[in-house]
Structures are given as structure tokens and as C-alpha cells.
Design a protein around this ligand. Structure first.
Ligand SMILES: Cc1cc2nc3c(=O)[nH]c(=O)nc-3n(C[C@H](O)[C@H](O)[C@H](O)COP(=O)(O)O)c2cc1C
Length: 193
């Protein structure tokens, strides 16, 4: 099978990582692959913030944990969010799967293409990582909480521009688990000839 196709078909989300950091040149390649994603009107208005510093990773995790704790649980709160809030009660809770690298993709608040652009960039990064033997998983907590005041403080600390919000984030590292096989594909294809 063609190598690119095989890479697409064999990538799986990884949620347990070894402590070893990924190579500097691999991180550069992954970020470069992200920057070559198609993007609306070729604006490249995104910013990729890659964090490998342990203290900063802890700071991100703590901002996510504290923000979750500030969310009131009401009957309408989605059960998944309730489970995250419950998890956040534990001060050792880790929302980044103990990964050594975390990449935040931010983009303009008011650009209608920002979400698809950012998702395509992350898709490229995940595939590039997989082809280099590096596991990854999209994480939705930071994007979901991006408008919360504590997260804005964090984004400022990380030099993420004030006119940006987080559209996606991804953890990366060497896999410490064998991922489950891909679930069977749903019948979603309809070809009109
Ligand atoms: C938009 C989006 C949000 C996701 N959020 C999370 C998340 O917060 N935590 C997580 O563990 N996985 C998350 N995932 C990973 C999906 O669960 C995973 O891609 C899906 O189950 C298919 O599995 P695969 O990636 O191994 O093919 C997310 C994926 C996407 C594209």
C-alpha cells in the first residue's frame, strides 16, 4: 500500500506516553507539517504553541483543573463535563495524559475559517507525528474552556495573542500503550455518479 495512505489508516489516538521527550528535529518537522495545511484565503493566521517545559505543562494542567472546578453543575450539564469536573476534584488529576509535549493551536477569534484551518493543521501534525513513530491525541479541554477568564490569563502567560482563542490542542510523545484497533467505519459514503 502507498506509504501516505498506510500512515493515514494506521494512526490511532494514544493516551499513555513514555517520559522520553520527542527529538527536537521531529518537533520541528511536525510543526512544519502543520504549517503546510490548507487554510482559508492562505491567511496562515494560526499560531502553534508547543510546550515541553515540565513546569509550564503543570501550569496548563492546573489552569484546566481550576477552571473545571469553577463550572457550576446544573441538571443540563453534559455528563461528560460532569465527569471532568469530578476528575478535577483530585488535585493530582492530569488532563494531558502525562504527555511530554503539548501543542496548542490558536487562531483569530473572529475569522470564520479559524476552526477548520486549525483542525486541518492539527490533522497534518498528527499524521506527521505518526509517520515519525510518535503518538498523539487531540485534547478538547483547553479549546472548550478557551473563553473562561482563568484560561485567558494562561493564554496571556503563554504569549498567545489577545485576539486569538484556542481551537485545538494535541498531546504528543512516544506511545506507552498499544492502541485499540480502529472501530469499524460507519456507512457514511454516498457516491453520486
Ligand atoms: C475534535 C476532537 C476532539 C477530541 N477530544 C478528545 C479529548 O478531549 N480527549 C481524548 O482522549 N480524545 C479526544 N479526541 C480523540 C477521539 O476520541 C479519537 O480521534 C476517536 O475516538 C477516533 O479514534 P482514533 O483517533 O484512534 O482513530 C478528540 C478528537 C477530535 C477530532
Amino acid at each position: 500500500m502507498d506509504k501516505v495512505l498506510e500512515n493515514i489508516l494506521t494512526r490511532r489516538s494514544i493516551r499513555a506516553f513514555k517520559d522520553d521527550q520527542i527529538l527536537e528535529e521531529d518537533l520541528s518537522t511536525i510543526l512544519m507539517a502543520g504549517s503546510y495545511a490548507p487554510n482559508g484565503m492562505g491567511m496562515q493566521s494560526w499560531k502553534f504553541t508547543a510546550i515541553q517545559n515540565e513546569r509550564t505543562l503543570k501550569k496548563v494542567n492546573e489552569a484546566i483543573r481550576k477552571t473545571l472546578l469553577s463550572i457550576p453543575v446544573v441538571p443540563e450539564t453534559h455528563p461528560y463535563v460532569v465527569s471532568l469536573i469530578e476528575k478535577a476534584q483530585d488535585e493530582n488529576a492530569d488532563f494531558l495524559y502525562h504527555a511530554p509535549t503539548f501543542i496548542i493551536v490558536s487562531n483569530l477569534k473572529d475569522n470564520g475559517n479559524a476552526m477548520p484551518d486549525s483542525a486541518l493543521a492539527i490533522g497534518n501534525m498528527m499524521l506527521a507525528a505518526h509517520s515519525l513513530g510518535i503518538g498523539s491525541c487531540w485534547l478538547n479541554q483547553l479549546p472548550g474552556l478557551t473563553h473562561m477568564p482563568l484560561i485567558r490569563v494562561l493564554l496571556n502567560d503563554l504569549d498567545i495573542p489577545a485576539n486569538h482563542i484556542v481551537y485545538g490542542s494535541v498531546v504528543m510523545g512516544y506511545a506507552a500503550e498499544e492502541p485499540k484497533p480502529a472501530s469499524p467505519r460507519k456507512e457514511v459514503i454516498h457516491i453520486i455518479r
